[in-house]
Write a protein that binds this ligand. Structure first.
Ligand code: ADP
Ligand code: MG
Length: 353
């Protein structure tokens, strides 16, 4: 990645005393990635629960502290968005950094995406959650940050039953975008940029898709969440996140990954040809407005994709609230404000090496 797109300073105090002086670690591991383990912990002085992300500073023999500092800086920047996970404290040792974050007790939305029909999201749930995801993304984009890894494993819930609110996590791949320059370089090492690793089984409506999904092998999963520009080493922009919102919406409604093929090559071809199944069979019981919403995002040309503030005005999202004029009025004012504040986001382009 282009180091110019990394933020190199943080305001958070990097504590050097032992983490265990202040927290008791839970046995439960909340998640694990290539270079990080996330565990539940309890702050000794308050008894409050948090999630601690332990990040190794050296990866594949290279010092990656600057990447972690960037992740911290972006969490700081997003502090005032209710839909981005809150950063509480940071600890640093010689080998690792520990990000102590708000604990999102509902876990990944991934779990509901693969749940059986009776536990899967309803369309009404999806409308509310996508609205929150979009508000979080709008906040990031207005602050010239792209997430670049929006997938069901990185979207958490504050609670599961009853269904709580969204918390966006994992800013490990996020970058600051340059509003002025279009840096014409190439995005490298895409091996884990937005790869959706897990198999999806079922969703709101889709028995046939479930079958297709269960049958599909495990080796072809990588890359199915990538946008065409990521696959083709083309410029990355805020629109790249919007593609991911399209894929997320599809998955949350149908339980199926829209581009999944039988082989990795087939998946990549499906993405580059934007080969999406919008048939009645897949979308049985789901509104036409939902399909229209997804279609406004799964467009090959990033410039044609709807932006976050446009999505928030889509009739599908207001279909839940329409009868309440007061709310509509508020939403209208809010959206007008959003538009003014984010007129420049379309031009934001980041190319990384
Ligand atoms: P990685 O960069 O390794 O993917 P993430 O930040 O995505 O790390 O965390 C890995 C997993 O840990 C997430 O997918 C989620 O399941 C869990 N997790 C992360 N942050 C939290 C949190 N604040 N509350 C609860 N679970 C979390
Ligand atoms: Mg993650």
């Amino acid at each position: 990645m282009d180091p110019r797109s990394l933020i190199s300073h943080t305001q958070t105090l990097l504590r050097t005393e032992p983490f265990s002086d202040h927290y008791r670690l839970g046995v439960k591991e909340l998640g694990r990635g290539k270079f990080a383990v996330v565990r539940r912990c309890v702050e000794l002085i308050t008894g409050k629960e948090y999630a601690a992300k332990f990040l190794r500073k050296r990866r594949k023999g290279e010092d990656c502290r600057t990447d972690i500092v960037n992740e911290i800086a972006i969490l700081e920047m997003a502090h005032f968005s209710p839909y981005v996970v809150d950063l509480h404290e940071v600890y640093e040792t010689s080998s690792e950094m520990v990000l102590v974050m708000e604990y999102a007790a509902g876990g990944e939305i991934f779990n509901q995406c693969v749940a059986d029909q009776d536990e899967a999201f309803t369309e009404k749930d999806v409308i509310r959650l996508i609205d929150q995801i979009l508000q979080g993304i709008l906040y990031l984009h207005r602050n010239n940050v792209v997430h670049l890894d929006l997938k069901p494993q990185n979207i958490l819930l504050t609670s599961c039953n009853p269904l709580g609110d969204i918390r966006i996590v994992d800013f490990g791949l996020s970058r600051q975008v340059d509003r002025i320059k279009e840096v014409r370089e190439i995005l490298g090492t895409p091996e884990y940029v937005g790869a959706w690793k897990h198999k999806l089984k079922a969703g709101v409506s889709c028995d046939r898709r479930r079958k297709h999904c269960v049958q599909s092998g495990s080796k072809n999963r990588q890359g199915r969440g990538k946008s065409p520009e990521v696959l083709n080493y083309e410029p990355i922009s805020t629109a790249t996140d919007m593609w991911s919102v399209g894929v997320l919406t599809y998955v949350m409604l149908t339980g199926e990954s829209p581009f999944l093929g039988d082989t990795k090559q087939e998946t990549f071809l499906n993405i580059s040809q934007v080969n999406v199944d919008y048939s009645q069979e897949v979308f049985a019981g789901i509104s036409e407005q939902a399909v229209d919403f997804i279609k406004s995002l799964l467009l090959k040309n990033p410039r044609e994709r709807a932006r976050a503030e446009q999505c928030l005005k889509h009739p599908w999202l207001s279909s839940l609230t329409e009868p309440e004029p007061l709310k509509d009025d508020k939403a209208l004012k809010k959206n007008e404000g959003d538009l003014k504040a984010s007129d420049n986001t379309e031009e934001i382009v980041l190319l990384a090496s």
